[in-house]
Design a binder for this molecule. Structure first.
Ligand SMILES: [Zn+2]
Length: 201
């Protein structure tokens, strides 16, 4: 089902919703406005698509002890689908992840990196999170998506050098970010880049 939602200032084509979800969304003008604004969003200089100004929980985080890796555990999950699940099914104020890396390699900033989030019980006030679109219990990550993840992980580790890179599965009874997700390789390479960056200075 696809419908064109028109608000006072913006038009956006919705494609991710069932009929009942569309009527729920239509009643949430604020939500529609936030997503409608995407049509005027541009990538930032670092290539990241920034939605954090619309979606943020606006709850600053005091410390960053961990960088968490997640997957969406679905074959596909574009930003609107994640937003729909988190905001309308889970009734959270925003998306739970700081960053979403799509299968096409695009990186989306959903929350400000220094914000408290809702991605891992017990760790939301001391961690930043990256979520990969896909189900890596069964899928193999593409090189494009992997490279975007590595680049972001390196950037976050540079920003938070004392933070430990970890997976959701290390702290919860889940397989997240997936049984065959190459988290150890990604961590090793991000740390290597970090090391190289330090000795270059
Ligand atoms: Zn997870």
């Amino acid at each position: 089902m696809s419908v064109l939602i028109t608000t006072a200032n913006y038009k956006v084509k919705k494609t991710d919703y069932s009929n009942s979800e569309i009527s729920a969304v239509l009643s949430k003008t604020d939500f529609v406005n936030r997503f409608a604004k995407k049509i005027i969003l541009k990538q930032t200089a670092d290539g990241i698509i920034d939605y954090s100004q619309f979606l943020d929980f606006n709850k600053p985080r005091k410390k960053t002890d961990f960088i968490f890796l997640h997957h969406t555990a679905t074959e596909t999950a574009q930003l609107k689908a994640v937003a729909n699940y988190h905001m309308y099914h889970r009734h959270w104020k925003s998306i739970a992840y700081h960053y979403l890396i799509l299968k096409n390699g695009k990186t989306i900033r959903c929350l400000k990196p220094e914000s408290t989030s809702a991605h891992a019980v017990g760790f939301n006030s001391n961690s930043v999170s990256i979520c990969f679109e896909g189900n890596f219990d069964v899928d193999t990550i593409s090189q494009t998506q992997y490279n975007s993840g590595l680049k972001l992980l390196f950037a976050l580790h540079t920003k938070y050098p004392d933070a430990k890179i970890t997976t959701h599965s290390e702290h919860a009874n889940k397989t997240c970010p997936g049984l065959i997700f190459p988290d150890e390789k990604m961590e090793r390479e991000a740390l290597d880049f970090h090391f190289l960056n330090l000795i270059k200075k």
